[in-house]
Design a protein around this ligand. Sequence first.
Ligand code: FAD
Length: 333
Amino acid sequence: MNISAYKGVVVFIEQREGQVNKVSLELLGKGRELADALHETLIAVLIGHNMHDACQELIHYGADEVIYAEDEAFHVYMTEPYTKALSTIIQDRKPEIVLVGATAIGRDLAPRVSARIHTGLTADCTSLEIDEEKHLLMTRPAFGGNILATIICPDYRPQMSTVRPGVMQKLERDMTRTGAITSYPITINPEDMTYKILEVVKEKKEKVNIEDANVLVSGGRGIGNAENFEILKDLASQLKGQVSASRAVVDAGWIHRDHQVGQTGKTVRPSLYFACGISGAIQHLAGMEESDFIVAINKDASAPIFEVADVGIVGDVHKIVPELIHALQVKQE
Ligand code: FAD
């Protein structure tokens, strides 16, 4: 393989119902940094239908070029047409690096594409850097989160990685940025689709997006039972935030999995994170330690959560949380 023929950083832009997924903007932020380190260009690859307007936005968020593959077949995500489109573009443009969000769509698409184009894929990365030899260092938690494994792909190109949502930071939208928008026709034949989507039925549930919350009030096993989440909801609503949780309480069925923070849950970076009755296991910390300000409430002064906390309160969560709510109400009056 002629590795030197591969240049540039590609970010796959995920969209659902014509809306660009936030993780794709985060990856443009990271992709910009990697492309600058390599002195190469950052290319956003958008596969969709009726999404011309989104192309310019991707330039505002850091792309030098947007490759837009338009077809009715791309309206709703389907494995085969998307694999064909992304593989074709990669084989044609030969990027050095390809980044994909580790979402349900990205986890389906990236392995297919990497197998088709015969390169490696590091899944679920939490850090990406360029080393002195210009290899992409792809780091991800391994062995239950007890170690961080850094993986390189020295012999094949592109170097492909899926990246956890919420870990990288998107750039500020810059309206002065300019770039090229390239239409890329891809022909999807009936034989490219072995199944048809007849209808998309959405699960009816309360929309929970803890990754976007500015304030999170998180409950762990120390809160005692499912009913006690109500008091955490009260505190969260006082602070215009949301509730989240450790895996122990999700596994206990006290709250839906959508609220779980951590290695097997979501990575969050709120301005303010309350850890209430959470011990601070490494797998939990992996999802929240980048929060701007952490307040931990735990009755055990030696709980590891205090090591990452900006403010630690040693005491019973059932006494402290009502007092906090009371203090906030008094302040508002
Ligand atoms: P515990 O560890 O039981 O801690 C409860 C805490 O509450 C204790 O510190 C106790 O002192 C305190 N407490 C008790 N009563 C009170 C009270 N009245 N007032 C104040 N404090 C009180 N965990 C995650 O959270 N997210 C993940 O994504 C995740 N992924 C994992 C992946 C793998 C592969 C593995 C092996 C584990 C994972 N875990 C994850 C589980 C993790 O290891 C811990 O078991 C879990 O985080 C513990 O949850 P907890 O802190 O709520 O419970």
